[in-house]
Design a protein around this ligand. Structure first.
Ligand code: CA
Length: 222
């Protein structure tokens, strides 16, 4: 699991780095708000440790911008002042938790564990394969960050295909789920709708994800 630290205080960064690596996290560092934003938007992290006091863009702005860009990586904010206002502003800006400096590594690790555990239980709402993501809460599918508008049937078909977890799904299961149990095809409906779905998915990235398994069904994998 990777953690991004956005903090300009090099001494503190070094301590955090050593501590987190000892807990088997891989660690990346950004020393300014701008650099942090760039990294957080480009790469995927399990968690971001974000200081409020940063040169240029401060932590509050960074957090706000990330959330505005639909990046929901959990954020633990660090604040030096420890005032109530800071905490409220931080949480309103989209942070998941905050720590007042100086804090112990033990305290930080405990907070990280809580957040990552919480994260795990909600993960099932988001299914991901390669650059394709289905967000069940939002009822939204994206590829490479771009929303794919799907009809209800296409959404259902994709949902079943994703549930296969890289294994083939037979035609009957797909038809039952999208059209209703026992539905009898009259115009090759399944193939037609899979074709629509494929076209939409491949419009954004040509790399095929839906593969045909002859006389069996379909499989969704890289
Ligand atoms: Ca700082």
């Amino acid at each position: 699991m990777a953690i991004l630290i956005i903090e300009d205080e090099r001494k503190l960064v070094d301590i955090l780095k050593i501590g987190l690596k000892g807990e088997r996290f891989s660690v990346e560092v950004a020393y300014s708000g701008e650099e942090g934003l760039e990294k957080a938007m480009k790469n995927e992290y399990s968690l971001i440790i974000l200081d409020i006091m940063l040169p240029g863009k401060d932590g509050i702005l960074v957090s706000k911008e990330l959330r505005e860009h639909h990046i929901h990586t959990p954020i633990i904010m660090l604040t030096a002042k420890g005032s109530i206002e800071d905490r409220v502003i931080g949480l309103n800006a989209g942070a998941d938790d905050y720590l007042i400096k100086p804090f112990s590594l033990k305290e930080l690790f405990a907070r990280i564990r809580v957040i990552l555990r919480r994260r795990k239980t909600t993960d099932s709402d988001i299914i991901k394969i390669a650059d394709l993501i289905m967000d069940k809460k939002k009822h939204e599918v994206t590829r490479a960050g771009r929303v794919i508008p799907l009809t209800p049937k296409e959404y259902k078909l994709l949902d079943v295909l994703l549930s296969g977890n890289g294994e083939a799904i037979n035609r009957r299961k797909l038809i039952d789920h999208a059209w209703g149990p026992g539905f009898k095809e009259t115009n090759n409906e399944l193939n037609v709708h899979i074709k629509y779905l494929r076209t939409k998915i491949n419009e954004i990235n040509k790399k095929p994800l839906i593969h045909t398994i002859r006389s069996v069904g379909f499989i969704l994998k890289e």
